[in-house]
Design a protein around this ligand. Structure first.
Ligand SMILES: [Zn+2]
Length: 183
């Protein structure tokens, strides 16, 4: 899914959670950051190639908006690094191992990781077999689930309509701030 929608869904999730549990501003910000972060590391090799190598800004933009089969040609090392960084950040197995390690270290779930999990789960269903299936079982397999490609125009319309409905509902059902009873 696009990065803005990832942030907005995570934001809605945080707002809903705040109704039940105290969520500090720091935890909320980190959760949001981890919800968008998985789509960033794989751009680093491409940006590096354009800054320090002979990649062009047009190639970087072409990569960011690529459709299967029409990606710009990349040096094989850049391609390799980018591909595997994308797989790492979209793998439920990698996220599961890190979640358990953090749990063992902190002796409780580190809540911001839920932002990362939201990204992984959403991407599984919003990519299709012919639109970069999300490699959620990496490194076991790079195969993914055949969902609905998020960039299909009607999928974008439904997604943003659902986001608008979610935020409208959150706004309409917000709790009125409590006032101290005047004496
Ligand atoms: Zn993603």
């Amino acid at each position: 899914m696009d990065i803005l929608a990832h942030a907005l869904w995570a934001g809605a999730g945080v707002m809903l959670a705040q109704r039940r549990w105290p969520v500090s501003p720091r935890t909320a910000a980190l959760t949001l950051a981890l919800a968008v972060a998985p789509d960033l590391p794989h751009l680093v090799p491409i940006l590096g190639w354009s800054v320090f190598g002979d990649g062009t800004a047009a190639a970087v933009a072409g990569y960011a908006n690529a459709i299967p089969g029409q990606e710009p040609a990349l040096p094989s090392m850049v391609q390799f690094l980018s591909h595997h960084l994308h797989c790492l950040t979209h793998s439920a197995i990698i996220a599961g191992v890190l979640t358990l390690l953090m749990w063992a270290w902190l002796r409780s779930l580190w809540i911001p990781l839920l932002g990362w999990w939201s990204h992984i789960v959403i991407d599984v269903f919003t990519h299709s077999a012919d639109y970069y299936p999300s490699p959620f079982l990496y490194p076991i397999t790079r195969q993914g689930f055949d969902g609905v490609a998020w960039n299909t125009p009607w999928a974008i319309a439904i997604n943003y309509a659902a986001l608008a409905a979610a935020y409208l509902w959150l706004w309409r059902t917000r709790r009125a701030p409590r006032h101290r009873a005047a004496i």
